[in-house]
Design a protein around this ligand. Structure first.
Ligand SMILES: [Zn+2]
Length: 126
């Protein structure tokens, strides 16, 4: 097992979202490090991916949980997402659905949903 405590973020590739999401997970899961699986528009991708792509995402998250003992998985959607242009309400609905998908993986970890707003601040929505 790696030294230190870990959380996991399923986040967009968008560079504007990395630091706020990682900081939120560190502060709220009380962990030292945040493993990050990135995919464009993850809130939409998790509910629209092909089974093969979804399996790839699940396997990446499982490495974080199984090898690093991750204590929280955060699924993030964000304002001004190039991969999933939608308003806040649509993103929040997608984040809820995406969290349900990740919870369905049956990992022994708390799963939360985060919205990164137009101020690049985090709102926990699930
Ligand atoms: Zn994005």
């Amino acid at each position: 097992m790696a030294q230190g405590t870990f959380g996991t973020a399923i986040n967009c590739i968008d560079g504007r979202t990395q630091e706020p999401v990682a900081a939120w997970v560190k502060a709220n899961a009380h962990v030292d490090f945040v493993d990050t699986v990135t995919v464009p528009g993850p809130d939409q991708a998790l509910t629209h991916a092909t089974p093969e792509r979804l399996d790839t995402l699940r396997k990446m998250v499982e490495i974080s949980v199984n090898a690093h003992g991750s204590e929280m998985i955060a699924v993030a959607g964000h304002y001004d997402c190039a991969a999933f242009p939608a308003d806040r309400a649509q993103h929040v609905a997608a984040i809820r659905d995406a969290v349900a998908v990740v919870r369905g993986w049956g990992l022994p970890v708390r799963v939360v949903g985060l919205w990164v707003n137009e101020q690049w601040q985090i709102e926990q929505v699930v």
